[in-house]
Design a protein around this ligand. Structure first.
Ligand SMILES: [Zn+2]
Ligand SMILES: [Zn+2]
Ligand SMILES: [Zn+2]
Length: 72
């Protein structure tokens, strides 16, 4: 009878990362940030990351859509 013995009590190489907070640097202003633009995947701080579209200021198009602009 095959005994499924899973070896889990081996050597844990990575116990738990200390206080490894993902720290990025805003590509626009150079400040520390924890976010990245989902569009260009560049680092963007809170000030330069749109909360609506999660894009950086370079990619965000929310400002351009003020109210209703006529588009043909
Ligand atoms: Zn910034
Ligand atoms: Zn971007
Ligand atoms: Zn936006």
């Amino acid at each position: 009878m095959p005994c499924a013995d899973i070896e889990t009590g081996g050597e844990k190489m990575n116990p738990q990362a200390p206080a490894a907070v993902k720290q990025y640097v805003c590509s626009i202003c150079g400040e520390a940030s924890e976010y990245i633009c989902i569009w260009c995947t560049k680092d963007a701080c809170e000030n330069h990351l749109c909360d609506k579209c999660k894009r950086c200021s370079d990619c965000c198009e929310c400002d351009q859509q003020r109210g209703g602009t006529e588009r043909q």
